[in-house]
Design a protein around this ligand. Structure first.
Ligand SMILES: *Cc1c(COP(=O)(O)O)cnc(C)c1O
Length: 376
């Protein structure tokens, strides 16, 4: 490599290491160590096509991917002989897949999703050319079920596809799947489909709650999660699960890859299933649960820190997201904090420590003091 190339790379690597020290605003775990897997970076692993059906592209991690899917199928209490899924590029792709399956089942359906729904959903229904209605959110970010009912009643002649948020992006609010089902029942909608966008909170909620109401047993028809959020991965990834009888409407045999083309993309990342598998095997349910409990405790600690300095902060039940009034842009920039509508949030994902929280609070206080001196 040229001298310029070498310098450029080392500068970039330094920059990454620096920015990684101030990373509390996005829902990404950073406590992982995948060094055992580094030798796999020598190989072009590709899981092109259906994970359940072997391909002529044999340099893949399909068998590992199937174990990952099986783990989540069990976690989300999917029907034993009636589920199917694959490792995606992230929650957005899982949402697209869930909606795609729903559309194949109910081509005339209306999609209902709340205003707090992730931006990927609006794009996905646009891509799929599906009609959609935005439902109001309650104060904390949960869907307003009266508004849902009113909207469904106006379109009773259509099947309903409901996009339920299991942890909204900004406030980690959870839509109540049993309520949604009750609304569907009251409106006498027989043909319906519920996709749970559990990208953010699905994994730890399933571990924390005895009887999670958003999973397959609770009434979901498909579930999408992100793998690089709570579990953590150097490469974005996720998992989507659907009931198998639905999925069978999708996918055709492609001789070139020697398998069924049942996924959204062609080539699929063969490394990310191994990262997920490794984390699951290393931590187990127990380890994942104790990380979740630590995250909850840290979120409570952060709320209390805010209150100590007289700033109103809140978090939803069982949420690791702490919401507070948007601070000055210098603080947001340094700590990579996202804001919307005058509010910001910190997501207490594994890898964030009390020390980091304390350092953030000190920065915030300094900035507030500087501002008051300035304005006096
Ligand atoms: C992160 C997130 C997504 C998108 O997931 P990606 O893995 O970034 O594609 C979708 N919905 C919610 C609620 C999210 O938090």
């Amino acid at each position: 490599m040229t001298l310029y190339g070498k310098e450029r790379l080392s500068d970039y690597m330094q920059q990454v290491a620096d920015r990684a020290r101030y990373f509390i605003g996005y829902p990404i775990a950073t406590d992982f160590d995948y060094s055992d897997l580094y030798p796999l970076l020598q190989y072009p692993l590709n899981n092109v096509g259906d994970p359940q059906i072997e391909s002529s592209y044999d340099l893949n991690s399909r068998s590992i991917e199937r174990e990952v899917v099986a783990f989540f199928a069990e976690l989300f209490r999917a029907p034993k002989d009636n589920h199917w899924g694959y490792v995606t590029n992230g929650g957005s792709e899982g949402n697209l897949y869930g909606l795609y399956v729903a559309r194949e089942l109910y081509p005339n359906a209306m999609v209902y999703y709340s205003e707090a729904t992730h931006y990927s959903v609006q794009k996905n229904i646009h891509l799929l050319n599906m009609p959609g209605i935005v439902i109001r959110s309650q104060q904390g970010g949960e869907m307003d079920y009266d508004d849902l009912k009113a909207a469904i009643q106006l379109h009773r002649y259509r099947p309903a596809i409901i996009l339920a948020n299991i942890g909204t992006t900004m406030t980690e609010a959870k839509d109540n799947v049993p309520y949604i089902r009750e609304v569907l029942r009251q409106c006498a909608i027989k043909s319906h489909y519920i996709h749970c966008d559990a990208a953010l909170a699905g994994i730890y909620l399933s571990l924390l709650e005895k009887d999670p109401s958003f999973d397959f047993k609770g009434g979901a028809d498909s579930i999408a999660i992100s793998g690089h959020k709570f579990i953590g991965s150097p490469i974005p990834c996720g998992v989507v699960l659907v009931k198998k009888n639905y999925k069978e409407r999708i996918g055709r045999s492609v001789p070139y890859i020697g398998t069924l083309d049942t996924t959204i993309t062609g080539s699929r990342n063969g490394h990310s299933p191994v990262f997920l598998w490794y984390a699951i095997k290393k931590l187990g349910r127990e380890g994942l649960l104790s990380r979740a409990v630590e995250s909850l405790n840290l979120a409570q600690y952060l709320v209390e820190k805010f209150h100590e300095i007289g700033i109103h902060a809140f978090r939803n039940q069982n949420a690791i997201t702490v919401v507070f009034p948007q601070p000055a842009s210098s603080v947001c920039q340094k700590w990579q904090i996202a804001s919307e509508g005058g509010y910001s949030h910190i997501i207490c994902m594994p890898g964030i420590t009390k020390d980091k929280i304390d350092a953030f609070i000190i920065d915030l206080l300094k900035q507030i003091e500087a501002q008051t001196i300035h304005s006096n």
